[in-house]
Design a protein around this ligand. Structure first.
Ligand SMILES: NC(=O)c1ccc[n+]([C@@H]2O[C@H](COP(=O)([O-])OP(=O)(O)OC[C@H]3O[C@@H](n4cnc5c(N)ncnc54)[C@H](O)[C@@H]3O)[C@@H](O)[C@H]2O)c1
Length: 126
């Protein structure tokens, strides 16, 4: 028995990187996958890979910062697969500018924490 047999999953930002790998793995584990991405080529390519391997998937081209678009992709998923069990909320815009602002939010300076811990984690794992 595959671990996500008969489950319905949406992966946001599923058209590349970690989202692509997650979409393929959910499908390999038996899930029907709604592959969301703002980039239609990425979403369609991952859906093709899943279908070629015998899995079920639909592309959900939408910007996750647009509430109406998110409602639409959830509705499309439920209409196609009859429900929704899991959302992997993976999408992100990884520009240097955005990362820099995110890392300094909240006054806790997580960027400093990263800078301090990276050498140790890298020497242990890289
Ligand atoms: N790669 C890393 O080292 C790393 C480390 C820690 C956390 N993360 C997190 O993992 C997640 C995925 O990272 P990744 O490296 O695979 O990134 P990636 O850039 O390869 O993939 C992100 C995907 O999200 C899509 N996307 C961007 N904005 C979107 C939007 N508004 N609506 C819908 N889709 C959108 C992009 O088109 C892209 O396909 C991100 O949340 C990132 O912050 C990544």
């Amino acid at each position: 028995m595959r671990r996500f047999e008969d489950k319905v999953v949406i992966v946001t930002g599923g058209g590349s990187g970690i989202g692509e790998a997650s979409s393929l793995r959910f499908a390999a584990e038996g899930a029907a996958v709604g592959v969301n991405d703002i980039n239609p080529d990425g979403a369609n390519s991952v859906v093709e890979q899943i279908r070629s391997a015998g899995g079920k998937a639909i592309p959900l081209v939408a910007d996750v910062s647009d509430e109406a678009a998110v409602e639409g992709m959830v509705a499309a998923t439920v209409a196609e697969f009859g429900g929704l069990d899991v959302i992997h909320n993976n999408a992100a815009l990884l520009s240097r500018d955005v990362l820099s602002r995110d890392l300094d939010l909240g006054g806790v300076r997580p960027r400093g924490l990263l800078q301090l811990t990276m050498p140790s984690t890298c020497s242990a794992r890289c």
